[in-house]
Ligand binder design. Structure first.
Ligand code: ATP
Ligand code: MG
Length: 459
């Protein structure tokens, strides 16, 4: 091994090759490069390397072809993909087959370097003890996972907004990762050591929020036994993160607006004005424009806090991220529980068929629970909540070539059997109404079944 390790980079774009090899050489790696797969195959044959970084789309043989070659002939050499938006699906497929990681082009170089360091470390460890590769890691940009175009666009916005001082509103359903994104906005090298002060407006009682935000002087009210610094002061020259901002009542909204306009606060019980410089990042899982319309949120405040709006898409709109997220949570959890557990394809398929009302948090919780309870080497559908079993069976049968109608009927029969013929329980398990279940059962006896699969998981 030379320096930090020998890396082979394959990309048909000469510029990309030059840039990446310069960066990695500077980092202390010894870099081999190739503009096509045939040359790369020769290179790796004559000189074993510690890791491969390859583009996917190339004229002639492509990155997937090379990945297959490497997996077959040098199974312990980790492969990292660089992909353009259009090739994400193949990268996801490769990940489930054991690729080490993949990055969207252009990659975030610090993340790429840290992933590469781990890949080489793993390769060296494997060479030493001969055990197989432990699979891939799913980390992307300060632990935020996502390789779908939706997340790619989100990361681009975060990059663009990071260096500005404008107020940002992060919106999205519960559990989509709003707080993670809010924290990522701080992470720009320059502001890294500045304070990030988070306040969850929903968690603090109405009477206390003002003290929490602005602080108070000793004796300002009964119970104010000492002076207290508010969150705005704590956040001086940094970021104050107001989570669930829609939960502030109208009078607090007015006070917040004043702080945003005047950049001054007064502690309760004092009329001394204190200048505060901060950046405001807010988050909400409500539709704030709608709240404004309904008179529950001040319009002027809405425009102030919403200079830049970042929408975090729900998980069901970026299902291709599910394998990556699942694998990362599994890895994290196994490490903590000191277990070694795989994910079966059937589980990933069931995950991808589900609609995830609780988004990423729900996925994380389901995996954690399954890992904690599992006594086997693989997580199967049986380790997941009931509805997943059904979804898993459904997707499996559809891919076996049965018609949707047959699959639906089979799902109903299975559920009935599981529930020993109890129709209320069956309907509950299928997440459809009893009426809908009766209709399907009647249909089965003659008229022709209508779809239940759309109802499963959407009820
Ligand atoms: N893209 C992601 N990569 C890795 N972990 C994620 C991602 N998105 C969310 N998570 C994890 O999911 C959980 C929920 O994320 P977070 O608290 O940021 O969501 P939220 O949108 O703020 O939720 P809420 O609306 O309930 O406040 C956290 O444990 C977080 O680490
Ligand atoms: Mg949150």
């Amino acid at each position: 091994m030379n320096g930090k390790g020998d890396i082979l980079i394959v990309d048909d774009e000469p510029n990309a090759l030059t840039v990446l090899s310069a960066i990695l050489s500077e980092e202390g790696y010894s870099v081999l490069r190739s503009g096509d797969v045939d040359t790369a195959t020769e290179m790796i044959y004559t000189r074993p390397v510690d890791a491969v970084i390859t583009d996917i789309k190339m004229p002639g043989k492509d990155g997937m072809y090379f990945f297959d070659y490497v997996t077959k002939n040098h199974p312990d050499v980790p492969v990292i993909f660089l992909t353009a938006y259009g090739t994400v699906e193949s990268a996801v497929a490769a990940m489930t087959r054991g690729a080490f990681h993949y990055f969207m082009k252009p990659p975030d170089y610090p993340s790429l370097k840290s992933v590469l360091a781990r890949a080489v470390k793993q390769r060296v460890a494997n060479r030493d003890d001969g055990s197989p590769a432990e699979g891939f890691c799913g980390e992307y940009q300060s632990h935020i996972i996502g390789s779908t175009p939706e997340m790619g666009r989100l990361f681009e916005t975060v990059e663009a907004v990071k260096t500005s001082q404008s107020n940002v509103l992060v919106c999205g359903e519960t559990g989509t990762g709003k707080e993670l994104i809010a924290r990522a906005l701080l992470d720009d090298g320059k502001t890294k050591n500045r304070p990030f002060v988070a306040v969850n407006c929903a968690a603090i009682p109405k009477e206390l929020i003002e003290v929490e935000l602005f602080g108070c002087e000793k004796g300002a009210f009964t119970g104010a036994v000492s002076r207290r610094t508010g969150k705005f002061e704590e956040a001086a020259n940094g970021v104050i993160f107001l989570d669930e901002i829609s939960e502030l009542d109208i009078s607090m909204q007015a006070k917040l607006l004043r702080v945003l306009q005047e950049r001054e606060i007064e502690r309760i019980g004092s009329n001394k004005k204190i200048r505060v410089e901060f950046r405001l990042i807010s988050a909400t899982n409500r539709d704030l424009a709608e709240e404004v319309k309904k008179g529950r949120f001040r319009e002027d405040l809405y425009y102030r806090i919403n200079v830049v709006e970042i929408k975090v898409p729900p998980l069901r709109e970026r299902k291709d991220d599910i394998p990556l997220l699942a694998a990362a949570f599994l890895e994290e959890c196994c490490k903590r529980e000191k277990k070694k557990i795989n994910l079966l394809h059937e589980v990933i398929h069931a995950f991808q068929a589900y609609h995830w009302p609780g988004n990423v948090r729900q996925l994380k919780n389901i995996i954690e629970r399954a890992v904690v309870l599992s006594k086997n080497e693989s997580l199967t559908l049986a380790d997941l909540p009931g509805e997943f079993c059904l979804l898993g069976e459904t997707t499996k049968r559809v891919s076996d070539g049965k018609t949707l109608k047959e699959v639906e009927l089979q799902a109903i029969r299975d559920a009935l059997q599981t529930c020993k013929g109890n129709k209320s329980k069956t309907a509950k398990m299928l997440k459809i109404s009893r009426k809908a279940l009766y209709k399907r059962l009647n249909d089965e006896q003659g008229v022709g079944a209508s779809g239940i699969s759309a109802d499963i998981g959407n009820a």
